[in-house]
Design a protein around this ligand. Structure first.
Ligand SMILES: [Zn+2]
Length: 152
């Protein structure tokens, strides 16, 4: 177990920023590129606000301009994580051709007020843009992403 020294990083429990390991950001971009022109989706598990694992999820939506997570798969993962004392820290998906900002559909379907919504835009394929948001009660708030070296 790796003990963090107090005061060296923002406390994830009290800030609205997402601590994201660089490897997970790379994994989201790789997943987005692999699914293009469809949107990819997945989730990041966490413990006490710190990412622990990334899971790719199936996108059930045939339309290329939106995504639909398999609720049964999500619920099964949620129960698995909960049993280990972990949580759904972030839900990510890609925007293959549009900016990294939640669409009206994304807002309408945002069912996890405690999770970050991470969007990876490939609108400029050479420079993918990954951003994080909170979506609560129809309101979008952008959250800063702090890249950290690893997961442990
Ligand atoms: Zn979207």
């Amino acid at each position: 177990m790796n003990q963090l020294e107090p005061g060296t990083e923002p406390d994830p429990a009290t800030t609205s920023s997402l601590l994201l390991p660089s490897a997970m950001r790379d994994e989201i971009i790789a997943h987005a590129r692999a699914e293009t022109p469809r949107e990819c989706c997945g989730l990041i598990a966490g413990r006490d606000g710190r990412p622990t694992a990334l899971f790719r999820l199936a996108n059930l939506e045939p339309d290329v301009t939106r995504y639909r997570i398999d609720d049964a798969e999500l619920y099964r993962l949620y129960r698995e994580l909960d049993a280990r004392g972990e949580e759904i820290l972030a839900i990510y998906h890609s925007h293959p051709a549009t900016p990294p900002f939640p669409s009206p559909t994304d807002v309408a379907l945002a069912a996890w007020p405690d999770a970050f919504y991470v969007i990876c835009s490939l609108a400029h394929p050479g420079t993918p843009d990954v951003r994080a948001f909170r979506i609560r009660g129809g309101l979008i708030t952008e959250a800063a992403i702090h890249l950290v070296p690893g997961t442990d």
